[in-house]
Design a protein around this ligand. Structure first.
Ligand code: ADP
Ligand code: F6P
Length: 318
């Protein structure tokens, strides 16, 4: 293993930069050459590589986004595109590749692995929907951003005695909404994994209002419904004013949290180490505080279930 490369792909998440920095510095210290691939898989197909030096990754540890840029590359989803990518990686004598991204990016990484390219994946998505790791890169930062935003909204909600319906990301997964709901003391959390009854939620909010609790926060994961839809159905039931906030991509950027800086650094180092040990087709993961490797096949074949205890906790705290 002499020359490796790293790319960031799919939806970005805060901590990708910290991960690129750690992989770069660890690789250089181990005597490897390391290239950055620009714009995820598109950068392989366009042969858009940059040499990473220690200085190239200075002052990025704290910054959200990714200096390597990210993209969604349709061409790489085709067999022709994948074949072209493999030829290009060979042509540039890249002995190992690190793919930082969500489940789509890891699926692509597995295809490269099965075609003889040495690849290690690093889970990065704010959705926290990847099996094989307790936390993906960016989840903690997003939760902090969402929680800070809700704290601000609660100030104005209480001044005006309003209910706020706040929509957060999570295409198929309610982890962000549930965890942010616990952290911010939301009155209701609507997530795709759990059937909800808007009549019951409406009754509960109305009773609270009557009992003097005159503001509330209802969190909606985008995969369950939209804030507009929930407002339309709840407004008449609860009898007091509602407002909407859709946090959107605001929750995907921002300075990387301490937890994510450390996790990303650990993952970055572990991925380089794995390649140096001739391993491939595996993803770094956080299991009970330890960094472990899990085969892509197991990661991708298993649906990550929502932590039932977290759900129970949320119910007890309302
Ligand atoms: P994420 O990695 O955040 O889940 P996407 O699902 O958009 O984001 O995937 C990112 C990129 O990974 C895609 O644009 C594509 O290049 C590659 N990819 C996704 N799914 C596949 C697949 N089934 N086969 C090959 N490549 C894929
Ligand atoms: O990264 C995952 C995610 O944040 C989803 O929760 C969301 O639906 C999606 O990305 C939106 O990404 P984009 O606008 O980049 O397509």
């Amino acid at each position: 293993m002499k020359k490796i490369a790293i790319l960031t792909s799919g939806g970005d998440s805060s901590g990708m930069n910290a991960c690129v920095r750690a992989a770069t510095r660890y690789a250089l210290n181990a005597g490897l050459e390391i290239l950055g691939v620009m714009r995820g898989y598109s950068g392989i197909l366009d042969e858009d590589f940059i040499n990473l030096e220690s200085k190239s990754v200075s002052n990025i540890l704290q910054r959200g986004g990714t200096i390597l840029l990210s993209s969604r590359c349709e061409e790489f989803k085709t067999e022709k595109g994948q074949h072209k990518a493999i030829e290009i990686l060979k042509k540039h004598q890249i002995d190992g590749l690190i793919v930082v991204g969500g489940d789509g990016s890891l699926t692509g990484a597995n295809i490269l692995h099965k075609n003889g390219i040495k690849v290690i994946g690093i889970p990065a998505t704010i959705d926290n929907d990847i099996y094989g790791t307790d936390m993906a890169i960016g989840v903690d930062t997003s939760l902090n951003i969402i929680t800070n935003a809700i704290d601000c909204i609660k100030d104005t909600a209480s001044s005006h005695e309003r209910a706020f319906i706040i929509e957060v990301m999570g295409r198929h997964c309610g982890y962000l909404a549930l965890a942010a709901g616990i952290a911010s003391g939301a009155e209701a959390v609507i997530i795709p994994e759990f059937q909800y009854d808007l009549d019951k939620i409406g009754d509960m909010l109305y009773k609270r209002f009557r009992d003097g609790k005159r503001n509330s926060i209802i969190l909606v994961a985008e995969g369950a419904s939209s804030a507009y839809e929930i407002q339309r159905k709840l407004q008449s039931k609860i009898g007091y004013e509602t407002r909407i906030t859709v946090l959107g991509h605001y929750q995907r950027g921002g300075n990387t949290s301490v937890f994510d800086r450390i996790l990303s650094s650990r993952f970055g180092r572990a991925a380089v180490e794995a390649l140096m040990n001739n391993r491939s087709g595996e993803m770094t993961g956080l299991w009970d505080g330890k960094i472990e490797l899990m085969p892509f096949d197991a990661v991708l074949a298993t649906k990550k279930l929502l932590d039932f205890k977290l759900l129970q906790l949320a119910k007890f705290l309302v």
